[in-house]
Design a protein around this ligand. Structure first.
Ligand SMILES: [Mn+2]
Length: 326
């Protein structure tokens, strides 16, 4: 299996082997997912968790928050994810964390850390780093780890990896999605991942509340710079009025991003008493540079940051100033 492996870009195969070696030597592993977790971090963690469980290696999947994306509840071992830090562990693995700030806590620096990620901003903070920013998703990077080491991909692992690739590549529509991505997805389907079942579970279980709140969010749409910059926001009151959740509104960003004339799309909402901003861009405009100015980060076409205030309108003015003066 190893000799058939096709490397591309900057996959460091030595680190793939070293990571497995560290895993095999460990007694208890902490898998770290990032704050404001998305499908990529959760499904990558669960792919690893299923692998470790099947190999009887003790571990916990940790997320610091209380709100996990519930549309992922069909992935095996989802219910095992905890926000309780285990008393001790001798290895940590972070997945999809572009920086250690994304852990949401400080990790004891004496603990070895495997850093698996695909963010350009990742500065190789781990003891072992499996980082490839040419990839659509961390799940895709993790696939390389499984495949290169000749590890058996079960149906549960395949399902988790498929979810991460599918979601982070925006349904296979971003430019980092290449022929390798489709080769991987093809193999994952052979391993038992079911695309229609996964889509039903992930995107076809909406609440009615979602369709009550989205018109309000879309009604906030403002266009700047001849329509190139589009902004929407969510007022906390609208959630109370409709019973919807913040996550319910996120698809509105994809909607305005899909408007032909729009090159940069923004969505602002209050999360943990700060205004969280998600940014999208087209035509290779590097939107992560704007996110970085506010202590955030991400990818060329998709990034995020938080603004230190609780008023979406105030945050909108602050962030628009940066974008329009660029
Ligand atoms: Mn990701």
């Amino acid at each position: 299996m190893k000799k058939d492996f096709i490397t591309d870009h900057d996959v460091d195969t030595a680190s793939l082997v070293k990571a497995l070696d560290l895993i095999e030597k460990s007694k208890y592993i902490l898998i770290i997912t990032h704050i404001n977790p998305d499908a990529d971090t959760i499904s990558s963690a669960l792919a690893l968790s299923n692998f470790l469980f099947e190999n009887k290696i003790k571990h916990k999947v940790y997320n610091i928050g209380k709100n996990l994306p519930q549309n992922l509840d069909f992935i095996n071992r989802f219910e095992k994810i905890t926000n309780q830090m285990p008393e001790s562990f001798d290895l940590a693995i972070s997945v999809d964390c572009g920086s250690i700030k994304r852990f949401g806590f400080e990790l004891d620096s004496s603990i070895p850390l495997i850093n698996i990620d695909h963010h350009k901003s990742n500065n190789d903070f781990g003891t072992v780093n499996i980082v490839n920013y040419h990839k659509s998703s961390t799940a895709e990077v993790l696939y390389d780890f499984f495949k290169y080491n000749g590890l058996y991909i079960t149906k549960d692992i395949a399902t988790a990896l498929y979810v991460g690739i599918y979601d982070d590549s925006l349904g296979f529509t971003i430019s980092r999605c290449d022929e390798m991505t489709f080769e991987k997805v093809n193999f994952l389907v052979k391993c038992g991942a079911k695309p229609a079942y996964i889509a039903d579970k992930m995107i076809r279980r909406d609440s009615l509340a979602k369709y009550r709140v989205i018109p309000k969010v879309l009604d906030s749409l403002e266009l700047y710079d001849e329509g190139k910059v589009a902004v929407i926001y969510l007022q906390p009151l609208w959630l109370k009025q409709t019973g919807a959740t913040v996550v319910d509104c996120e698809v509105a960003l994809d909607m305005i991003y899909n408007i032909g004339v729009v090159k940069i799309a923004l969505f602002l909402r209050v999360v943990n008493e700060r205004v969280r901003v998600s940014l999208r861009s087209k035509d290779d405009i590097d939107i992560s540079l704007i996110a970085q100015k506010f202590g955030g980060g991400g990818h060329v076409q998709a990034a995020g940051c938080s603004v230190d205030c609780t008023d979406v309108l105030e945050a909108k003015e602050i962030i628009l100033k940066e974008i329009l003066e660029k």
